[in-house]
Design a protein around this ligand. Sequence first.
Ligand SMILES: [Ca+2]
Ligand SMILES: [Ca+2]
Length: 420
Amino acid sequence: MPRIRSSPNSSLPNPNAPPITTTTISTTTIHTNTTVDPAAAAVAGFFNNLLNKIPLPRWAIYTIFACGALLILLICLCICKKCCCKGKKKKRQKKTDEKINLNGVNGKTTTALVQPDVTDVDYGATKEKQRGKFLYSLEYKAAQSELIVGIKQANSLKAMDLGGTSDPYVKVYILPDKSRTCETKVFRNTLNPVFNEQFTFQISKSSLLNSTAVMQVFDFNRFSKHNIIGELRLQLCDVDWNHVIEEWQDLAGPAKFEEENLGEICFSLRYVPTAGKLTVVILEAKNMKSMDIGGSSDPYVKVQLALDKRKWKKRKTSIKKKTLNPYYNESFTFDVSFEQIQRVNLVISVWDHDAMTRNDAMGKIFLGCDASGNQLRHWADMLSNPRRPVAQWHNLLSAEQVNSTLTLKKKIPLASKLPF
Ligand SMILES: [Ca+2]
Ligand SMILES: [Ca+2]
């Protein structure tokens, strides 16, 4: 390597050294660079020249460049963040608007005041009216014991289908009998149907007084469940039968539970506080619903106690075959202390026994601390007349209705299974 060592001293000519050392080095470097990329080399050369022209040391230039790039990056980040926040804020605003709309539907005007958006408030207030208007007629022909219900027309019905229309038809029946349900024709793709149909029901003048005419407007769907658009329930005792009634009314939301006649049950209750004994005597039932083919049922009664809304004790009567008016006179005694009787509910349910299939619920009722009306009165009578049996008739309700009021939790574990 004598060539390289001699190069720094090239200013001092050495007669023994080979001629021109620096040029040989530079030519070799250029040669190696050309094999990489001539364009990149040209650009690098241009920048090198540019940097050479700046009267600052290289490290200072690089620092300035780095700081500049960092600043630009920070500005970009800030802009991005601002954009994102705006989007989220809009979404949140939308959500609160929706909440307020729902509250408006529930009739809480205070929340509507918080959001003074006129369209939103209107939407909430008119929600019930959106089911539409309905024109019907009623006529009673006393001589023939005939009630004629005319289904005339409907207006501005609520759209139930995707295309913004409905396929309305009307169901008509009379409660509590409900032995006959009539239906109009289906009108496709309209919110203003003109039905002009009438239906005749055989009904005596006396039973007219405690009957209700039900008219339900449904949306027909070929491949899915028919949805109820709205309904009218008219207490027939309030109607002036001297004239033919023809009236427009706003459709209401569907009633949660059908006031169906599920029969009546009679039982007596007796409580002896000193002994802590509750005695339930299931006496009889009448006008039960027929559950089996042939128009009959095989009813039995379940007597159940719940403590603190937990299933506690349970007994059953015998099965009475093929009758809708069973007579039992069967007595059940439960140990219930005076402290417990304040927290107890008594659930009485009637079931149709089926030998081959599952037994069906026919009706239910509950008495006790969470009961109301006639049931609470019977329970209170028992408590205020200790040691004396108090008997009373009760109308049976649907099992769903009772279950939704009295949401019972799981069974109380037996004492032996308790961990203490
Ligand atoms: Ca439809
Ligand atoms: Ca049966």
